[in-house]
Design a protein around this ligand. Sequence first.
Ligand code: ATP
Length: 276
Amino acid sequence: MLQVRGVKVRYSGAVLALQAVSLDVPSGAVVAVLGSNGAGKTTLLRSVSGTLADHGGAVDEGAIEFEGASLVGRSAAELAANGLVHVPEGRRVFTRLTVAENLRAGSFAVRDRARRAAAARRVHELFPVLHDRRDQRAGLLSGGQQQMLAIGRALMAGPRMLLIDEPSLGLAPQMVDRVGEVIKEINEQGTTVLLVEQNASMALSVASHAVVLTLGIVTLSGAAADLAADPSVRELYLGIRPETERGTPSGDTRSATAEAARVPAGTGARLGRWEL
Ligand code: ATP
């Protein structure tokens, strides 16, 4: 459904954020992108969603195709109208607008009333709390509820594919689990998902496939279950030490430094691995 081939991205014509990234997201899949701070995860989503230029970035080389058509140079609004919708990092809801107004903003480009109503029903069923709080200002919602609203607003556009950036960021563990369940449910309803996450434990529990980005390069890719069993992923991204198998399974990759992410070759037989 989505194909990324040899994509190189620079910011301000100088900072090289992605070096030669390739990735496939098959229809119906949840593909997770894992990696430490600054690895290029958000840049990858921006490249796909048409928002890179807003941040001073540009795709220098490579190809990105969604359902066979090139995405490079197309605007986020155009892509959203074609079924590819981005939920950016940091739950950018309109804090002064009500929950209902935020949701309506998500469907402004959908002309078909029946489709709009179906999307509203879906959001209501997935997030009853948003219905209960529809007249409340979005800024008064909890962090978890704001994340639900950001996802709900994206769903109002009736996407065939969602790009979700760090939905667990800053949320309590229980809410992180809930976000994971919601992503699973959305996918089971037929929406393909490309998920960027530092919480590897949550991401690998919902994803069918995953890639690890390290300093703008895909260093590991494969089935999510294979990555979850890979010793380097377990140690660096799941916080499980091989010698003890106890560790602290925080699942937060923020502590994994780029240096530590240099993975040893030759382990994980079913995984594609690239040496830096
Ligand atoms: P994080 O989890 O911290 O958001 P990330 O994996 O999403 O990390 P990116 O935000 O994509 O990483 O950043 C990749 C690289 O590009 C980093 O070196 C970062 O400093 C740089 N970068 C990101 N945005 C910009 C920008 N607007 N202008 C210049 N450089 C940028």
